[in-house]
Design a protein around this ligand. Structure first.
Ligand code: GLN
Length: 483
């Protein structure tokens, strides 16, 4: 049963080939048996899952046919889940039980999905390798000594290892698309404002967006359907109707204009990845797409702009974790200053502390104009580049990452080396655009992803292109040995 996609599970449940309870038990047993190898879960909520599965089976017996009814999934451990530890991968929140459900969690639970647990992640979603979690690094099921990507690395590794069909993730600078690429999954970052951020522990609020990780585009469509929608509790949520994401998956690609940005095929890209990306372009051309070369002249400034804006917002968002309002409190503080200093010093790991320092510096008087304001101006120029490009093309295609998964620990001495891995993904967050990564082949046995970007609210278009591609390729069907 563990090889079934979400769409196949939904059919199997509807046709009563198996119950949600049977499926849930099978996957929980698989998690207990295999997860010690990859460390993809922080918490497994077996009892809750069992109850939700029974309730889903009862709803189905009464005639409920929601496609997510009885479907097992897991949430990245930064979505608040009522009564369950919500750690954000940090010692700071190791003992935090959320008093309410995030909107995404509540919506999926209402649809009848069964939550098997909370997945491992980079601490406070800062990272590209899932190496900074307080609960230990996550391992890539394709090669255990390699990273699975981050920060939604636990969700990605769990789905890739067939511990469950789908999981939620969040993407501030690539954290859905990049781990999807490195573990052979399909992952979608929606338009900023498409999915509610309410109850999602904030990293950089103007960039954060939740989305689905799955093996196929078809499954991403089903999960996104359950996540997306206006939420009055999130002031940046956008009041746009949610289309039926599964309705146009099969639409023909004849005449689809695909833009290839020159800047995404230059220095720094592993030539073997470039070849696989070109193969994907040929496959799409055969399906009727027309290729155009385009230029996004300002994307070369994306990494420095992002690594000012994201830490600046993080330094503000993370000020609430002070041992008083939220989070770990040190033993026997001498006075209030000592309490703040030691609680934060003990609760946050090195990467989080580094970003808070960088962010506070960039926002401080005298430096604000030079760094933060400058970065915001670059952000606008990057957005303008995309707006101009989308006059001429329908989607933009390129590699998701410049390299395949690196070895755990390999980049520890040089944080900037890890930041550079985000070069192709962070532009979508800076511009607020939707982006998708889909499996496109292997380099030395490690998966490679192709990224598609589209104009605002055109998630359906991305899913359509990826679905058609997945009908003529079989990369997404490959499973890692041993799982
Ligand atoms: N790697 C990026 C960072 O560390 C993106 C993380 C994310 O998308 N959450 O900021």
């Amino acid at each position: 049963m563990h090889h079934l996609t979400l769409a196949e599970i939904a059919r199997g449940l509807a046709e009563k080939q198996f119950s949600s309870q049977e499926l849930t038990r099978t996957l929980l047993a698989r998690i207990a048996q295999l997860d010690p190898q990859i460390n993809s879960f922080i918490s497994v909520t077996a009892d809750n899952a069992e109850q939700q599965a029974l309730a889903a089976d009862a709803r189905r017996a009464k005639g409920d046919t929601n496609p997510l009814l009885g479907v097992p999934l897991a949430h990245k451990d930064l979505f608040c889940t009522q009564g369950v530890r919500t750690s954000c991968g940090s010692k700071m929140l190791d003992n935090f039980k959320a008093p309410y459900d995030a909107t995404v969690v509540a919506k999926l639970a209402e649809a009848g999905a069964v939550t098997l647990g909370k997945t491992n992640m980079d601490e406070f979603a800062m990272g590209s390798g899932n190496e900074s979690s307080y609960y230990g690094a996550v391992k890539n099921p394709w090669q255990l000594e390699h990273v699975p990507g981050g920060s939604s690395g636990g969700s990605a590794a769990a789905v890739a290892a067939r511990l469950l069909p789908v999981a939620t993730g969040t993407d501030t600078g690539g954290s859905i698309r990049q781990p999807a690429a490195l573990t052979n999954l399909t992952g979608l970052k929606p338009t900023y404002g498409r999915v509610s951020r309410w109850g999602m522990i904030a990293y950089a609020s103007s960039l954060d967006q939740a989305g689905p990780l799955a093996r196929t585009a078809e499954d991403c469509a089903l999960l996104l359907q359950g996540m997306a929608g206006f939420d009055p509790q999130d002031s940046t949520s956008i009041n746009e109707p949610v289309p039926d994401y599964s309705a146009n998956l099969n639409a023909p690609l004849d005449g689809l204009r695909i833009g290839l940005p020159n800047e995404y095929f230059g220095a720094g890209l592993d030539p073997r990845i470039a070849t696989l990306v070109e193969d994907s372009v040929k496959a799409l051309e055969k399906l009727g797409a027309v290729i155009k070369r385009i230029s996004l002249p300002n994307v070369q400034h994306a990494i420095p702009a992002y690594y000012v804006i994201a830490p600046a917002e993080a330094s503000s968002n993370l000020s609430r974790f002070d041992g008083v309002r939220f989070g770990h409190r040190c033993e026997n503080p001498a006075d209030l200053t000592d309490l703040y200093k030691r609680s934060r010093g003990e609760g946050f790991g090195a990467e989080v502390q580094r970003r808070i320092l960088v962010g506070a510096y960039a926002l401080s008087a005298g430096y604000y104009d030079a760094y933060y304001l400058k970065a915001q101006k670059i952000r606008r120029l990057i957005k303008n580049d995309f707006m101009a490009a989308f006059h001429d093309v329908d989607v933009i295609l390129g590699p998701t990452t410049p390299n395949p998964a690196w070895k755990i620990g390999e980049k520890n001495a040089d944080p900037v080396a890890a930041y550079l891995e985000d070069v192709y993904t962070i532009t979508a967050n800076l511009a607020g655009l939707p982006g998708l990564s889909m499996p496109a082949g292997f380099v030395d046995g490690l998966p490679v992803g192709v990224q598609l970007l589209a104009p605002y609210f055109q998630e359906g278009r991305l899913l359509n292109v990826a679905h058609r591609y997945q009908q003529v390729t079989d990369w997404h069907t490959r499973a890692p040995a041993g799982f």
